[in-house]
Design a protein around this ligand. Sequence first.
Ligand SMILES: [Fe+2]
Length: 291
Amino acid sequence: MSTANSSLRIVSESSALPQGARITQMQPALGSVISGYRFDGKPLGDAFRSLLRDLLHNRGVVVFDAGTVTPENFTVFAGFLGEFFHYAGPHTPRAPENPDATTIDSVRDKHLRNHIWHADGGFRSDAPAFTALYAHQLPDLGGGDTMFSNAAWVYENLDPLFAAYLETLNVIQSADATGHITDRYLDPEEAKQARIKMPPFEMPLVRVHPVTGRKWVAVNESYVAYIKGVSRVTSQNLLGILFDMIKSPEATARHAWAQGQLAIWDNRVVQHKGIKDYGGRRVLYRATMTA
Ligand SMILES: [Fe+2]
């Protein structure tokens, strides 16, 4: 917490903010909001770019108010973070206005599983470091918020002895841990190919952020199958404790979208879920990036 708070103080007072822009905070555990800034399509200055990276690394998620970017140029803006990393499958086609973005469409994709806590691309060992999500069309009657959780905050609030034990463990991650392939690749041959393309892999349960050095609990409900080397019951119970902490009010922030808003997050330590409480159409554009 102290790392995040000291960094927060620095960036809040930064002269690197463009004129008229301001930063407010979402919740103590994570999240910042930048309002009053309008992206003009030109490359970002070094100072503003490093401020944004600092915010993302330390606060996890940054939301920009409606009008900051357009459907066409939000990827140009988000490009300050790194190279685009297109890992998406047949269920997330390219956005019509923007070849660097994919579409998350609740009507076109009948088997969306984004309401389960996950990291984007968490079925790959090289999952993207950052995700940018642009609110293109929201349900008429509201709903469809996104929740975010800071898994570094979760680690820092574990009992130290429990944390030390968790650091000795590895997890098996899999695209089919909870049905990502079974539920979405309905053609048996496509499912077979998807399993070949996305094999299970092993990762430490606790990982270290490459920039901040903060440790984080690297488990999510979608793509972690089990903890290696312990019994099934032990694995399920340990994961249950961690999942409960990850979705606790203290570790999370809930964002209610306005059309045209952009959110960018550090997809390593921040996991997220869409809230499936809406009946209308919800279309978000997404870009994912390497570090
Ligand atoms: Fe997602």
